[in-house]
Design a protein around this ligand. Structure first.
Ligand code: GLU
Ligand code: ZN
Length: 331
C-alpha cells in the first residue's frame, strides 16, 4: 500500500493531541514541544485536539489541566476546544456521529466483521511475534462467520466488537526514521473500529480527526509507530491524503523506565509546584533534542529557528538522575 505526502505548497497543519486521562509529565512535554517546534518552524498552524474517546478514562478536569500545563510551558495553538476554529469540534466525544457514519461506510465496503472473542480468548491468542505496544496479533478467528454463527453467539448474550479487515505491507516515510515498512500482522492484524461495549477505537478516531481537520504533519511518540499503518490503511480506504509522520523518541528515566503516569514527580504541575520555571523545562528538553548546546532557560519561541529534524535524536532519550535538581539549577 502506498502513501503520499501532501503538496509542499500546502501550509503545514499539525496537532497536539493529548488524551485527558492524567496530568502531563516531562515525556509528554517533550513530544509536544517537538511537535510545536516542527510546526512553528514550518510556519504552520497548530490544532489542539482532546482525545477523550475513552469515556471511562477521560476527565474534563484533566483536559483543563493539560491546557494549563501547555500554556505554562509556552506552547500555544491556533484552533482547539477553547478557541474553536474552522474544523470544530475539537473533542472526540463531540464527533461520535461522524465516527459511526464512517464505520457504516466501511461496513458497506465489506471491510468490517463482527468479532465475538472475549478478552480472555484474545489474551490466549497472544503467541505470534509483534511489535511492542501493537498488542497481541489477532489471528482472524471471527473472519468469515456466517449469519447463523453470529446469531448463535448473540443468543449466548455475546456483544460483538467490529473489526477492520486488512492485509499486506504498509510503507511510509517517517521524517525522523526514513522509510518504514510494516506488515499488517506486525501491527497486530485486524483491529476493532468499535469495541464490544460500543466505544470507538482510538485508531479510527485519530485517523478521521486527522483527515477531517486537514492535518498534514503528525508528530508524536514512537510508541504509536506500530499503529500508523492501521491509520494509513483507513486513509487509503477513504481515499484521503495521508499526512507526513514523525515518530519522536520516547523519554526514559535514569533507570531506563519509560516515562509514564506513575512518574508523578516528573509531572509538569509537580515541577511547577517546586518552583521550576517553564523556561528551564523548555531549555532542558531543547538541549536533549540537540537544539541547544546546553540546558539554558529559554521560551519555546526562542528556539523555533534552531529546529531541524537532522538534529533530533532517533533513539530513546534517557534523563539524568535527579532531573528535578538539574532543572532547578537552570535559571
Ligand atoms: N492521544 C494520544 C496519546 O495521548 C496521541 C495520539 C496521536 O498523537 O496520534 O497518547
Ligand atoms: Zn473474534
Amino acid at each position: 500500500m502506498k502513501s503520499f505526502a501532501p503538496n509542499p505548497e500546502t501550509p503545514v497543519r499539525g496537532r497536539l493531541a493529548p488524551s485527558p486521562t492524567g496530568h502531563l509529565h516531562l515525556g509528554n512535554a517533550w513530544s509536544f514541544l517537538l511537535c510545536w517546534l516542527a510546526v512553528r518552524s514550518a510556519g504552520g498552524r497548530l490544532v489542539l485536539r482532546m482525545e477523550d474517546i475513552d469515556p471511562e478514562r477521560s476527565r474534563p478536569y484533566f483536559a483543563e489541566e493539560i491546557m494549563r500545563d501547555l500554556a505554562w510551558l509556552g506552547l500555544d495553538w491556533d484552533e482547539g476546544p477553547d478557541l474553536g476554529g474552522p474544523y470544530a469540534p475539537y473533542t472526540q466525544q463531540e464527533r461520535l456521529e461522524r465516527y459511526a457514519e464512517v464505520i457504516e461506510a466501511l461496513t458497506r465496503l465489506g471491510r468490517t466483521y463482527p468479532c465475538y472473542c472475549t478478552r480472555k480468548e484474545l489474551r490466549t491468542m497472544a503467541s505470534a511475534p509483534h511489535l511492542e505496544d501493537a498488542g497481541p496479533v489477532y489471528p482472524g478467528t471471527c473472519l468469515g462467520l456466517d449469519v447463523a454463527a453470529c446469531r448463535e453467539r448473540e443468543a449466548e448474550g455475546r456483544r460483538p466488537a467490529l473489526r477492520l479487515h486488512g492485509a499486506g505491507e504498509t510503507r511510509f516515510d517517517d521524517l525522523l526514521h526514513g522509510e518504514v515498512r510494516l506488515d499488517w500482522a506486525q501491527c497486530g492484524g485486524d483491529f476493532p473500529l468499535r469495541r464490544s461495549d460500543g466505544v470507538i477505537s482510538y485508531q479510527l478516531a485519530v485517523a478521521l480527526d486527522d483527515m477531517d481537520q486537514a492535518i498534514n504533519l503528525v508528530v508524536r511518540g514512537a510508541d504509536i509507530l506500530p499503529c500508523t499503518p492501521r491509520q494509513i490503511f483507513i486513509f487509503d480506504l477513504l481515499q484521503a491524503p495521508v499526512p507526513r509522520y514523525a515518530h519522536v523518541p520516547l523519554l526514559f528515566d535514569h533507570e531506563g523506565v519509560r516515562l509514564a503516569k506513575r512518574h508523578q514527580s516528573l509531572e509538569l504541575r509537580a515541577l511547577r509546584e517546586t518552583g521550576i520555571s517553564p523556561r528551564a523545562v523548555a531549555g532542558y528538553l531543547g538541549h536533549l533534542a540537540g537544539l541547544l548546546p546546553e540546558g539554558v532557560a529559554v521560551a519555546p519561541a526562542e528556539i523555533i529557528s534552531e529546529f531541524e529534524w537532522e538534529k533530533i535524536p532517533q533513539g530513546p532519550v534517557v534523563l539524568q538522575d535527579q532531573v528535578e535538581i538539574v532543572l532547578k539549577g537552570i535559571l
